[in-house]
Write a protein that binds this ligand. Structure first.
Ligand code: ADP
Ligand code: MG
Length: 625
């Protein structure tokens, strides 16, 4: 039978595996056993929902056996098996599970990351084997198939006689060298300890032929007996007592389940035994998954009904704002025969979801209170999601989420909660002030922040594009209103009021400027807030300048614009020059300076200039005069 080629990416990863210098090669066994367990799960689930199938617990197991003579290690399962197409699809393409596609070519150096943190499933076998032979027969199929590969050259498939449904994977273990001990993977005791280490929680029996010596009667030689024994405890981790489990156990499980490439930042083990009964293990990952903000990312928890996996990703269990949470839920109260569509409307499931939601929130609050550093790490990865949560669904979750938010404070020079801000507010401070911009440094230098800072008030710096949307949705916190430092009314009188006179004096000039800038700004006003800067932009109405930037980046959004106000510092030398020019009826110069000031205000706000060449020419002209 002709060789088939592996897909290009698979080939690359295979090469890496084969030449792997990875110290934990033993994880290959975890991968094979977990696949076997998945395959039995699939069959079990089918049997429970299809009356024509029966499932006798004792018929379902995984067997691991080793033969030193032929250097063969075999993992056999009584699971659902694979058809010919499935063999090609599942074992010929490695990138399917996504483990490779996220890694850039140059990041894959020796594969430590992928193998160590994620596992690459089936292909891990090539870390220890020269040849892998898969014999399989799918459920309800009459034909068995053999799949065989010696590595990167490709694989071949042929038909075979196989009487039982399930899969048998035989590895021809590499020869040991001075540096590398492969013989351990043929040693029953070694294998047993690897299984206990990584696969103890597998729900099905993992059987091995264990040899023991039985003492005989007086004067007789002891006899070696071989007995098939189950080597794993079979108690799923979530059914175990919390006190029996270490962080290590939870972390192992996270890796075994392929929940993420990282280590969990926090685990939450829940056992509820009341109106509704369920066990859950939830994880807050340390890092944002590489595809978190892509359409590919699917939120959800694994859902078990009394130990049987009924759904891989039950999205209904998690609100979007906690979509980063990984883990599983097991409940005896869920009916197994229920269809997946009906599950969505299941009352029990809704109750569990509500309960879980509360637990996650409590856990995060605890972290915020007791381990600020850890919380900030979490917030760095997922804070954005919380802010989305405040904003989306018409703000109905704001109560839940507002105390989990952090913003950078002008006073503390670090992230603070809203509660901390409000607690520090001086009695006379009317609002919670915020300023928006691209970075803290840029915000700090905004002309608009100056007057509020000078007043001694704290400002929250919003640098994430979602921030202001979330703040607008909150509207108030502990009855204090949020106020942008760019808004017209700051709630306090600046020290120097501009006099009626000033306004009267400059009316003609300001009107003229407004004409020059028609369609660009809504108004030109004498600023009450500017101190050292000549000019700034503020806005009237609901759309701020920062929001305009964000909205205009979104596709299919009508070109929403903020109503911009150009504020002028009439005490500034530039304005005085302009006044002089205007008085001399030097309209050309007046217009030139007006345009320059307007463009500078745009630049300060981080907005782009329509015609940079014209602006640049204007500046030269002004200098040359
Ligand atoms: P993953 O388990 O993440 O999907 P693997 O590389 O471990 O990735 O396995 C690839 C696929 O091959 C599995 O999803 C499954 O469809 C199939 N497979 C592997 N081992 C078995 C098995 N023992 N029985 C049935 N199918 C299997
Ligand atoms: Mg797998």
């Amino acid at each position: 039978m002709p060789q088939k080629q592996f897909e290009a990416e698979s080939k690359r990863l295979l090469e890496m595996m084969i030449n792997s210098i990875y110290s934990q090669r033993e994880v290959f066994l975890r991968e094979l056993i977990s696949n076997a367990s998945d395959a039995i799960d699939k069959l079990y689930y089918k049997a429970l929902t299809d009356d024509s199938l029966t499932f006798n617990t004792e018929d379902y197991y995984i067997k691991v056996s080793a033969d030193k003579e032929s250097r063969t290690l075999t993992v056999t399962d009584t699971g659902i098996g694979m058809t010919e197409e499935e063999l090609i699809d599942n074992l010929g393409v490695i990138a399917r599970s996504g483990s490779l596609s996220f890694k850039k070519e140059n990041e894959i150096k020796d594969g430590h990351d992928i193998i160590g943190q994620f596992g690459v499933g089936f292909y891990a076998a090539f870390m220890v084997a020269d040849k892998v032979t898969v014999k399989t027969k799918a459920l309800n199929s009459d034909q068995g198939y053999l799949w065989e590969s010696e590595g990167t050259e490709g694989y071949r498939i042929e038909t075979i006689d196989k009487s039982t449904t399930g899969t048998e994977i035989a590895l021809t273990i590499k020869e040991s060298t001075d540096e590398d001990d492969y013989d351990q993977f043929l040693d029953v005791n070694q294998l047993k300890s690897i299984i206990v280490k990584y696969s103890d929680f597998i729900r099905y029996p993992i059987k091995m032929d264990i040899t023991s010596t039985e003492p005989q009667g007086e004067g007789e030689e002891p006899v070696e007996v071989i007995e098939e024994k189950t080597v794993n405890s079979m108690i799923p981790i979530w059914k175990k007592n919390k006190n029996e489990l270490s962080d290590e156990d939870y972390n192992q499980f996270y890796t075994e389940k392929h929940y993420g490439f990282d280590q969990p930042l926090q685990h939450i083990h829940i056992s509820v035994d009341g109106n509704i009964r369920y066990d859950a293990i939830l994880y807050i990952p340390e890092n944002m998954p590489y595809n978190y903000y892509s359409a590919e990312y699917e939120k959800g928890l694994e859902l078990y009904s009394n130990g049987v996996l009924i759904m891989n990703k039950s999205a209904d269990l998690l609100p979007d704002y906690f979509s980063f949470v990984k883990g599983l839920v097991d409940s005896e109260d869920l009916s197994l025969n229920i269809s997946r569509e009906m599950l969505q409307h299941d009352r029990q499931l809704k109750l569990i979801a509500k309960n879980i939601n509360k637990k996650i929130k409590t856990e995060l609050q605890k972290m915020l209170k007791n381990d600020r550093e850890k919380y900030e790490k979490f917030y760095d990865s997922f804070g954005r999601q919380l802010k989305y949560g405040v904003y989306s669904d018409f703000g109905q979750n704001k109560e839940t989420l507002q105390d989990l938010l952090l913003f950078y404070s002008s006073k503390e020079k670090k992230l603070v909660t809203l509660a901390e801000y409000v607690e520090r507010m001086p009695e006379d401070q009317p609002y919670i002030y915020y300023a928006t911009g691209e970075t803290n440094e840029r915000i700090e230098r905004l002309p608009q922040t100056e007057v509020v800072l000078d007043k001694g008030y704290e400002i929250l710096y919003l640098t994430d594009d979602i921030d202001e949307f979330a703040i607008k949705m909150l509207a108030t916190y502990q009855e204090k209103e949020f106020k942008s430092v760019s808004s017209g009314d700051l709630g306090f009188e600046p020290e120097e009021e501009n006099t009626e006179e000033e306004i009267k004096e400059n009316k003609a000039l300001l009107d003229h400027m407004k004409e020059v800038l028609a369609n660009k700004v809504k108004d030109v006003r004498i600023s009450k807030r500017l101190k050292s800067h000549p000019v700034c932009l503020s806005n009237d109405g609901d759309i701020s300048i920062e929001m305009e930037k964000v909205l205009n980046m979104m596709p299919d959004n009508p070109q929403l614009k903020a109503d911009k106000i150009l504020e002028i510092n009439v005490q500034h030398d530039v304005f005085k020059t302009m006044q002089a020019a205007y008085e001399k009826e030097d309209i050309q110069k007046t217009d030139l300076l007006t345009n320059i000031l307007y463009h500078q205000a745009l630049l300060i706000e981080g907005l782009s200039i329509e015609d940079p060449v014209e602006f640049s020419n204007d500046v030269w002209k002004a200098i040359a005069e």
